[in-house]
Design a binder for this molecule. Structure first.
Ligand SMILES: *[C@@H]1O[C@H](CO)[C@@H](O)[C@H](O)[C@H]1NC(C)=O
Ligand SMILES: *[C@@H]1O[C@H](CO)[C@@H](O)[C@H](O)[C@H]1NC(C)=O
Ligand SMILES: *[C@@H]1O[C@H](CO)[C@@H](O)[C@H](O)[C@H]1NC(C)=O
Ligand SMILES: *[C@@H]1O[C@H](CO)[C@@H](O)[C@H](O)[C@H]1NC(C)=O
Ligand SMILES: *[C@@H]1O[C@H](CO)[C@@H](O)[C@H](O)[C@H]1NC(C)=O
Length: 498
């Protein structure tokens, strides 16, 4: 865990209480997301659902794994476990502020209303799946802002269509329960800035947010693990319990108060955390960890990160809270240094890097500490390649810093799923080096021809828009890319009453 978290808040505080009675539902969940291999972007396995045509299966063929992201017990559990049952509540008052229903109704009436809402939501998703599936044969789509194109994308057209469908359809309900600073708040500066900036964007967003949970395709649990570590974690006793209880209590609160969590056992719910302990916090509640979509910086597949269900988000070190001065850098001809790294020796990868390259070679500038008088960002701007090894956890803010400064990133990590790997082909604009290959680093980098380097450099300049933080968010920027990845995960889940 790292300590340089800046607590400047970018919060918006809203508290409303919803009361909606629960109906019976059990779910069918089917998850299968690409890319498992080179060109897949979005794949869905077809469910046994009868009245829906199979969801899209985009190139290449989906992996045979049908329930890769669910716990070993999942399919069984979903159908035969505790949740395979009918829950009936006594008629209770529904009082919602948003969907303009204030009534006392019998559970039957309520049941019908919610069922048909779910069907509507699923129908919209099905339309989107069909449109995305058709996109590979459609004519190119126009876009006033940006048309994704090039080998940075596994499938640019599919991505574009999926993005446009997201803009057209995707509605997210943000639970209003919970109080800042643990909820509805997060850091907007520092390496954990994504937590705060995402929460803030989400809560102030008018396009994707709905106040009517019956219309929502996905449900956001607006918690901040960074804030929990700061405010409820006991550093002296090193007891994770208080964080665990906070997360669990929150899930229990919303699953008690609304029918939506139980209806999908969390599969259409998501959290976002940039903290190293985000994964750990998510396992505070078994269904949150196992079923929900987890947008994480710490996307370590050895720690149960599941690319088909979870979303890898970039770690972005916003020292001042904004992008000012971060984006830009000279052309390759003005980058005299071949490769650069400077940083603390922590985690499993960096000691190996330093052992082999610290002060060993003038082309590979690897430092524990920057030489006096040199600026970190100048070094990045003067380098062709920027080495981004994992530190305490798999993600590194260096990756985005490299992209921002026009330096081709060299990813060295094991078990890391780079951000937006569902859409982006990282091999086209970064160099991926395994930990074992560290001794060959120079050979690997020098074997990249100047022409090939130039291509990678140009792609870096193009993809970096997907990593830019804007307030308010702009189309195709990091906020929208995160939403898009969540959208794709949601498209790959089908929830239905049985
Ligand atoms: C669970 O659901 C299946 C099919 O939907 C049904 O056949 C079975 O009897 C159910 N089990 C329980 C314990 O309700
Ligand atoms: C609904 O709420 C009203 C006002 O709070 C209360 O008087 C009434 O008894 C409630 N109805 C039911 C069925 O609980
Ligand atoms: C609720 O809906 C009715 C009819 O659609 C409308 O007249 C009324 O103003 C709405 N109330 C609120 C609080 O939005
Ligand atoms: C959801 O399930 C939990 C656990 O079974 C239960 O305690 C809770 O009351 C349910 N939620 C609703 C809204 O019925
Ligand atoms: C990823 O997770 C594994 C298993 O917990 C751990 O051994 C490894 O160090 C992690 N990677 C990094 C870079 O932290």
């Amino acid at each position: 865990m790292r300590d340089h978290e800046d607590m400047s808040a970018c919060s918006s505080i809203k508290l409303f209480l919803f009361m909606v009675p629960l109906v019976l539902i059990s779910v069918f969940v089917c998850v299968n997301i690409g890319p498992k291999n080179q060109s897949s972007f979005l794949t869905t396995s077809s469910s046994t659902s009868t009245n829906l045509s199979p969801p899209p299966s985009l190139p290449p063929a989906p992996s045979p794994e049908i329930f890769p992201s669910l716990p070993p017990s999942s399919k069984v559990e979903f159908f035969q476990g505790d949740y395979n049952r009918t829950i009936r509540l006594n008629p209770i008052n529904i009082t919602t502020t948003s969907n303009n229903v204030t009534s006392t109704a019998s559970s039957e009436v309520i049941q019908k209303r919610i069922l048909s809402n779910l069907e509507k939501v699923e129908f919209e998703l099905q339309k989107a799946r069909a449109a995305i599936k058709a996109s590979s044969i459609d004519d190119p789509v126009d876009d006033p802002d940006y048309v994704p194109l090039g080998p940075m994308y596994w499938n640019a057209k599919v991505f574009h269509r999926s993005y446009l469908e997201m803009e057209k359809q995707f509605k997210i309900f943000v639970y209003k329960e919970g109080e800042p600073p643990l909820f509805h708040d997060g850091p907007c500066k520092s390496i954990y800035s994504m937590e705060g900036s995402f929460i803030y964007e989400m809560e102030t967003n008018t396009h994707f947010r709905t106040n009517n949970p019956d219309k929502a395709h996905a449900f956001y649990l607006p918690l901040s693990v960074v804030k929990m570590v700061r405010f409820v974690y006991d550093r002296n006793s090193r007891d994770f319990g208080p964080i665990r209880n906070t997360v669990r209590d929150y899930i229990e609160l919303v699953s008690d108060r609304y029918p939506y969590w139980n209806r999908s056992i969390g599969a259409d719910h998501f959290i976002l955390s940039c903290h190293d302990w985000g994964p750990e916090a998510s396992f505070s509640h078994p269904h949150l960890g196992q079923n929900s979509i987890r947008a994480l910086c710490n996307a370590n597949t050895s720690e149960r990160f599941k690319p088909r269900k979870d979303v890898s988000i970039p770690e972005i070190n916003l020292r001042t809270g904004s992008l000012t001065g971060l984006v830009g850098g000279p052309s390759p001809s003005s980058r005299p240094i071949l490769a650069f790294f400077a940083g603390g020796v922590h985690g499993p990868v960096r000691p190996i890097l330093l052992e082999h390259w610290e002060n060993k070679d003038n082309d590979i500038r690897v430092h524990k500490y920057l030489p006096k008088g040199t600026s970190y960002s100048d070094m990045m701007r003067n380098s062709k390649f920027c080495i981004c090894p994992s530190g305490y956890e798999v993600a590194s803010p260096r990756i985005v810093e490299a992209l921002y400064s026009g330096c081709v990133p060299v990813l060295i990590n094991s078990g890391y799923v780079p951000p937006f790997s569902d859409v982006l082909n990282w091999k086209s604009f970064s160099v991926i080096v395994s930990v074992e290959e560290i001794p060959n680093l120079k050979t690997i980098l020098t074997s990249i021809s100047p022409r090939q380097y130039l291509r990678m450099y140009r792609r870096v300049l193009k993809v970096r828009r997907h990593f830019e933080v804007n307030s308010p968010a702009k189309r195709f920027d990091v906020f929208h890319m995160i939403l898009h990845s969540i959208w794709v995960r949601r498209l790959n889940v089908r929830i239905r009453e049985v």
